[in-house]
Design a protein around this ligand. Structure first.
Ligand SMILES: [Zn+2]
Length: 128
């Protein structure tokens, strides 16, 4: 399960926009990259086509998740994300970890990974 969601507030920790804070606009899970508003913007000079005039266009390029820290909306610190199982999830068993949940009937775990897990801040343990 991917840690990031569209609209999350993030801090850039490396690269040319290091230190900037912005919001996630788009997620590319297969490449482990994110498009963040106003971050990693490059100027491209484009030739004129039928649909657009020639000139300089600003293109926001995706940035690797390795260079991004999520900002917790509860404690406003850059943090890491953990997952806990939702109590209402069909895979939830008190005292059982997610790994041990493998013994559950087929389908229930897949369901759990879709809707049963809750993101938590590793610093303040608050739900994000
Ligand atoms: Zn927090």
């Amino acid at each position: 399960m991917f840690k990031f969601k569209i609209g999350d507030q993030v801090l850039i920790t490396a690269g040319k926009d290091k230190g900037k804070k912005s919001k996630i606009e788009k997620i590319l899970p297969h490449e482990n990259k994110l498009v963040i508003a106003g971050v990693n913007v490059y100027k491209r000079h484009r030739r004129a086509t039928r649909n657009q005039a020639a000139g300089t266009y600003e293109v926001t390029r995706p940035i690797s998740v390795a260079n991004i820290a999520i900002i917790c909306p509860k404690c406003t610190n850059p943090t890491r994300i953990g997952f806990i199982l939702n109590e209402k999830s069909p895979a939830f068993r008190p005292g059982k970890s997610i790994k041990n949940g493998k013994s559950l009937p087929a389908g229930s775990l897949r369901k759990a990974s879709k809707q049963g897990k809750i993101r938590i801040c590793k610093k303040c343990k608050g739900h994000i």
